[in-house]
Design a protein around this ligand. Structure first.
Ligand code: AHR
Length: 515
């Protein structure tokens, strides 16, 4: 049997997980809003039209912050279209997803939905077709108490108290040619800087994220971050990162290795951000907002897969059905985020419902959990605390991960340890949670964890996510086909935790101490 060893110490930490690390994303895209979170007339809908079955699953998933309204959609969005009496709201062509946006759900409904779900709202402003003026008006509308045009308009619309939205994204993927009114880094940096200034003049308590590259494969990657931060450094707290893992080539070992490229991506963006600080001799550190991440490929390319003709309302697009293998890669991405808790202070799983999502619904029918639901829910539940430094001894495999850029076929070499792991100490060191991915597709792995500084640990939770078939999926008739099962046979003795991980498995082991 393959063997791996882990060494950790309660006092040696990477950083504390910020609650915002466990965020997700709702875009006006396909059936994410309409038929997803919002479906008046659905048998579980409340008076606001919010689906109760979806809300129940969202509470179980436990995202902490929710990005809205896009995504590519935001770069053509007039926020004014989505507020005020619903009967007066215009339907518009959405050029991001070639559909018709009815605008029956907008900013105020989103804030109400977040309240119902006990989630912090995160808003993105349109820096594509619009700019600083529309952005500052939206901050006034949302956050100013009253006595001005936009704050009084909010009151007139039925929301007397300010929404107090703290986290704002300055546009979306502005480096991408697919974006409405894409820009160069210097152009975008200047627009973002001026928008940020005005937005903060209205509400000094807000936090702002500038757009980083829309992927590590972008030709402008690196230079983009440097120039954008050069323009915006004094005005933002965050730079964003986006990654969608794929298995276009049916090379599952490579897909499971690919979260290690997220680790590189994070390390590189930290280095670039810190070089911008260094050039200014500034103690300020820009934090990272990984505000789109997931597995996504089946419904991504070619473009025809993403579009339905005839400008439909809420078309069934990007409805990726996730299998067991995807859940493993997804778990690897969770570990990458946790292990960078010192600098990744916000992250959003893209997206929440129906659209590349952990939750699926049938319009008028049931809602269920996809395979990727489980690692996220476990990470959000057990990942709060201090992420520990780990030394991992594990065999390594060579992978060649395919990640196309436009029409170019690009392969990235990865040397991936079979064991990918994160360790989080909670409750002042009274608990230790191990998130462990066995990337060996065929073999079991015995893992020994030397847990220094923890006394009297006992197994409180031990769960594995695996299936004999890597292409197993959940659906409305078998919603629990892939779901966590008890992991047996864990021993804790003399400061060593020993466990056997099944081939191709995601495992969560929570140990608690009485001392
Ligand atoms: O999440 C789907 C899309 O992926 C988002 O709209 C965009 O920002 C990214 O390219």
């Amino acid at each position: 049997m393959r063997k791996a060893k882990v060494l950790l110490d309660r006092d040696f930490t990477i950083g504390r997980t910020d609650p915002r690390l466990f965020g997700a994303f709702i875009e006006h895209l396909g059936r994410c809003v309409y038929g997803g979170i919002y479906e008046p007339g659905h048998k579980t809908a409340d008076k606001n039209g919010f689906r109760g079955d979806v809300l129940a699953l969202v509470r179980e998933l436990a995202p902490t912050i929710m990005r809205y309204p896009g995504g590519n959609f935001v770069s053509g969005y007039n926020w004014e279209d989505g507020v005020g009496p619903v009967k007066d709201r215009p339907a518009r062509l959405d050029l991001a997803w070639f559909s018709t946006e009815p605008n029956t759900f907008g900013t105020n409904e989103f804030v109400d939905w977040c309240k119902a779900a006990n989630i912090e709202p995160m808003l993105a402003v349109n820096l594509g077709t619009r700019g600083g003026d529309a952005a500052r008006n939206l901050v006034e509308y949302c956050n100013h108490p009253g006595g001005t045009y936009y704050s009084d308009l909010r009151k007139k619309h039925g929301w007397p108290k300010p929404h107090e939205i703290k986290f704002w994204c300055l546009g979306n993927e502005m480096d991408g040619p697919w974006q409405m009114e894409t820009k160069t880094a210097r152009q975008y940096g200047a627009v973002a800087r001026e928008a940020a200034k005005m937005m903060r003049w209205i509400d000094p308590s807000i936090e702002l994220a500038a757009c980083g590259s829309s992927g590590r494969t972008m030709p402008t990657y690196g230079k983009w971050e440097e120039e954008v931060l050069d323009e915006t450094f004094e005005h933002v707290e965050f730079i964003s990162l986006h990654t969608y893992l794929n298995n276009y080539n049916g090379d599952t070992a490579a897909m499971l290795a690919s979260p290690d490229l997220m680790d590189s991506f994070i390390d590189e963006v930290v280095a670039i951000a810190d070089s911008v600080s260094a050039r200014r001799r500034s103690p300020k550190r820009i934090m990272l907002s990984f505000d789109e991440w997931n597995v996504w490929y089946r419904t991504r390319r070619p473009r025809a897969n993403r579009i339905k003709p005839g400008w439909p309302v809420a078309p069934e697009i990007l409805e990726e059905i996730y299998d067991m293998a995807d859940a493993l890669a997804f778990g690897g991405a969770c570990i990458s985020l946790l292990n960078h808790a010192d600098r990744v202070k916000a992250a959003c799983l893209a997206q929440l419902v129906n659209v590349i999502a952990p939750i699926m619904t049938e319009t008028g029918g049931p809602a269920w959990r996809q395979t990727i639901f489980h690692p996220f829910a476990q990470m959000s539940r057990y990942g709060r605390g201090d992420v520990l430094r780990t030394r991992i001894e594990s065999d390594i495999y060579d992978a060649s991960y395919y990640d196309p850029r436009g029409d170019q076929d690009i392969y990235y070499p990865v040397k991936a340890p079979y064991l990918k792991l994160s360790a989080v100490a909670g409750e002042g060191g009274k608990s230790l949670t191990l998130f462990a991915l066995n990337r060996d597709l065929k073999g079991e792995m015995q893992v020994q964890v030397d847990v220094r500084g923890f006394g009297g640990l006992k197994v409180a939770v031990a769960e594995e996510l695996r299936h004999d078939k890597l292409d197993a999926v959940n659906d409305k008739n078998a919603p629990d086909r892939v779901s966590p099962q008890r992991l047996d046979g864990i021993s804790v003795a003399d400061g060593t935790v020993t466990m056997t991980l099944k081939p191709a498995s995601w495992n969560v082991i929570r140990l608690e101490s009485s001392k």
